[in-house]
Ligand binder design. Structure first.
Ligand code: NI
Length: 182
């Protein structure tokens, strides 16, 4: 998960990371997916429910909604990757996960349940990717809005999505803690 945050080029270490990335694409994604999920759990697990449910402004997601969103993203990506690998035909499953926090009431949910569902799905995702031969890693399916997408693209975007929300979680935690101290 740190790798994607490294600045481009410059140091020898970064260059070897880039080469590793080229040669072992699914290995890099697997490592990122495992590390991000663990980081999300450790960032959130010690917070009280009041902090978890406090949104910075009306219409913003609170930390618990972000956790639920990561679970929702995992579910969708896993379904899409499974559909490609199992070659079920037709278009890939797709729905707008960004609408779900407003449609479903996530705030009364138990954070532990949300995180354990996310981790269980993430484990399924990593097993799926880990067992794939290189040819299937690059196999593709028909996304209803985006056209052909590969397992690799979906998995990379999932890791990137994790990183973005992990940064958001850290920002929001910092903001809420400052608020407490004031
Ligand atoms: Ni998102």
């Amino acid at each position: 998960m740190i790798l994607a945050a490294l600045p481009e080029g410059q140091s020898g270490a970064t260059i070897s990371v880039m080469l590793l990335d080229e040669g072992d694409s699914s290995g890099w994604v697997l490592k990122a997916l495992r590390e991000c999920a663990n980081s999300v759990v450790s960032e959130l697990s010690l917070l009280d429910d009041e902090t978890l449910c406090r949104a910075p402004a009306d219409g913003d997601w609170c930390l618990k909604e972000i956790a639920a969103h990561l679970r929702d993203a995992e579910e969708l990506s896993l379904r899409q990757m499974t559909a490609i690998v199992e070659n079920t035909g037709g278009t890939l499953p797709a729905w707008d996960i960004d609408l779900l926090p407003a449609e479903r009431n996530y705030r009364p949910k138990d954070l532990g349940d949300l995180l354990s569902q996310m981790i269980k799905l993430r484990r399924e995702t990593t097993y799926l990717i880990w067992g794939l031969p290189g040819s299937e890693w690059r196999s593709s399916g028909d996304h209803p809005y985006r056209g052909r997408v590969t397992v690799e693209t979906i998995a990379r975007e999932l890791a990137q999505h994790d990183l973005e929300h992990l940064a958001e979680i850290r920002r929001l935690k910092h903001q809420l803690t400052k608020h407490d101290a004031a």
